[in-house]
Design a protein around this ligand. Sequence first.
Ligand SMILES: [Zn+2]
Length: 185
Amino acid sequence: MASIPGNRVEPADSEVSKADPACHVDDPVRLHTLAIRGSTSGQTVTFEPAPLVSCAMASAVADWLDTSVQPLARGYFTLSLAGMQVGGGQECRRRNRDSSGPISEHATGQALDIFAFKLAEGGKSETILVEKPSGLVQNRFLDAVRQSACGAFMTALGPGSDAAHANHLHVDIQARRSRSSRFCQ
Ligand SMILES: [Zn+2]
């Protein structure tokens, strides 16, 4: 991935704590910038702050941006995706920050929380907050983005799913027990 022009994805093995084996991350990377493939203008997407995720997760995000988010940004706003405000990269913890229960998908670098999409082009820009989209077009864009995330990831949760996801879109590639347990709310 790092070899694709415009990508800034750095190995992050030394940043992952080895203390808890439950929080092992396969091929950890720090995701700074991804190039939109097939973009003629060399469009890149910057992640703020740069999350630590598994390489497989970084790759799933890159595919999703190329095939869904960027085309939707063009379709709804005639702008390009330029940045994403994110959180919830690798962090050794349990789901929803409970003190017990299953280890969070975030613990293994297989998840990302998205708080805002930043679109820009030719001096025009638009920021879309997941928690509070402004107006009908932003609402529709977010609905379409979320729908596309259901196909691109194993799980996509956002506002309306539950209280823990009221202000962000959570996507992860954690394999669940069976295909039928794949969920999307
Ligand atoms: Zn999350």
